[in-house]
Design a protein around this ligand. Structure first.
Ligand code: ZN
Length: 121
């Protein structure tokens, strides 16, 4: 057995590993994009692979997590702060499921257009 080949093989493996991580880091930096102001309130979320999870919006004044209330009659979702006892945001068009869908779409749109890069730096 020639040890040069083994050393060469291991060297190549390490180079591949470094290249892979370098590529991965620059390509997938949207993982750092975990907050944004959308519809007048700050939103925070986590990434699970390419899925947005734990999406929550917060109160600008006190930071409390907002609760939502559906208006099935007017097809609107109101976001209320339990601490300030006031309405902080309203998203029209549907119930909370629809509203969260809109926010996720907006987040994914900013990733597609690379707009998020200005927000994470
Ligand atoms: Zn508040």
């Amino acid at each position: 057995m020639n040890y040069t080949y083994i050393a060469l093989g291991m060297g190549l493996f390490v180079i591949c590993l470094i290249l892979y991580y370098a590529f991965f880091m620059t390509k997938e930096d949207f993982y750092k994009y975990t907050q944004d102001n959308l519809y007048e309130v700050p939103w925070r979320w986590e990434w699970k692979k390419k899925e947005i999870v734990n999406l929550k919006c917060h109160c600008l004044e006190c930071g409390e997590t907002l609760v939502y209330e559906n208006d099935y009659l007017l097809h609107k979702t109101y976001f209320l702060c339990p601490s300030c006892e006031s309405q902080k945001a309203v998203i029209g068009g549907g119930d909370s499921k629809y509203a969260f869908g809109i926010i996720k779409r907006e987040i994914n749109r900013k990733i597609r257009t690379k707009e998020y890069k200005d927000l994470i730096s």
